[in-house]
Design a protein around this ligand. Structure first.
Ligand code: IPM
Ligand code: MG
Length: 356
């Protein structure tokens, strides 16, 4: 029987609650289907590890992940550790170390979810945002000099390479082509940022020629926020820079009803390295340790993982179960206005996987 080796990194905050929930769902699914199994290895990296060792994960930790088929990640963030340390020391170390250059963020209004837009029907909002995940504003280039003096200078230089933009553009056009509407919106800010963003626009034109069957248009990122609210049905697949897509994907998740639901995949499309799947909600310290976290974002991330592993039937089954669970308001967690606990939602998902 096929065995998938999955590295689990719960990280901080509610990551420690939702990742085990994801493992339970995956295990239940594998047992039910009987055609593959999972072998999980857990890594205790994150804030607590930092307090003990002064680093978020071992210097050479990537070698422990290298032979895995995929990574299930919870969240990184700790109220007592600066955010840039938790981010760069763990999540970005993995994303950049494994060149997971395509960050894929699907958004839909799932059944039973009360989304905030008045005139938006569930079928109007079915998007996938593709976030460039290896460079741009997150390249880490920059520095600070003369700290504390009036002459202090700080720079964060956005770095966009032709290789980096061409490969994310090609990935996004390909993803758009695989979806029924074959529609891509390329988001930049090429009026104000007149170098790299203009290169993005040019590369979009160039790559579009390889995909004559994909309809595409361009939008400036500020106008895109308004379009997402006012004309959601005009959007299908979106590609944008690391930072622009970071912002747009939070807006997308909120418009779909909750950040607690939204999944993401940090993908190496060339499959040289394991890809990493995670809910986008973050560590949510206000509710951590109480069993109140919404595990749906993690379950949906598991769906993306199954798709990546080529287990499409299993992915479809889990997604169907997720939708049947969100359809029941009694199974809504606090972020959705309900009172269900992580454990209740997880056991409902497992029961339905087992056909109960
Ligand atoms: C995300 C998150 C991260 C990001 C945070 C936690 C640094 O917001 O995955 O969208 O900005 O990339
Ligand atoms: Mg974000």
């Amino acid at each position: 029987m096929k065995t998938y080796k999955i590295a689990c990194i719960p990280g901080d905050g509610i990551g420690k609650e939702v990742v085990p929930a994801g493992q339970t769902a995956l295990d239940t699914l594998a047992r039910k289907l009987g055609t593959f199994r999972f072998e999980f290895s857990s890594f205790d990296w994150g804030g607590d590890y930092y307090r003990q060792h002064g680093i978020m994960m071992p210097e050479d930790g990537l070698k422990d992940l290298r032979d895995k088929d995929a990574i299930l990640f919870g969240s990184a963030g700790d109220p007592h550790i600066p955010d840039h340390i938790t981010l760069w020391g763990l999540r970005l170390k993995i994303c950049q170390g494994f060149d997971q250059y395509a960050n894929v963020r699907p958004t839909r209004i799932l059944p039973g979810i009360d989304a905030p837009l008045k005139r938006c029907r569930p079928e109007d909002l079915n998007w996938v945002i593709v976030r460039e995940n290896s460079e741009g504003e997150y390249a880490g280039v920059g520095g600070r000099v003369h700290q504390g003096h009036p002459t202090e200078v700080a720079t964060d230089v956005a770095m966009h390479t032709r290789t980096g933009v061409e490969r994310i553009m090609r990935f996004a056009f390909g993803l758009a082509r695989s979806r029924p509407r074959k529609l891509l919106t390329v988001v930049t800010k090429s009026n104000a940022q007149r170098h790299a963003m203009v290169m993005w626009d040019e590369i979009a034109v160039q790559i579009s020629k390889e995909f004559p069957d994909v309809k595409w248009d361009k939008e400036l990122v500020d106008a895109m926020t308004a379009r997402m609210v006012n004309r959601p049905a005009s959007i299908d697949t979106v590609v944008a820079t690391n930072l622009h897509a970071d912002v747009l994907s939070d807006l997308a998740a909120a418009l779909a009803g909750s950040l607690g639901i939204a999944p993401t995949g940090n993908i190496d499309p060339e499959r040289r390295y394991p890809s990493m799947f995670e809910p986008i909600h973050g560590s949510a310290f206000d509710i951590m340790g109480k069993g109140l976290a919404n595990p749906i974002g993690t379950f949906w991330s598991c769906v993306m993982m199954l798709e990546h592993l080529g287990e499409q039937a299993a992915a479809d089954k889990l997604m169907e179960v997720i939708e049947s669970v969100t359809a029941d308001p009694k199974l809504h967690t606090g972020d959705l206005g309900g009172q269900a606990t992580t454990a209740q939602v997880t056991s409902a998902v497992c029961q339905r996987i087992n056909g109960a």
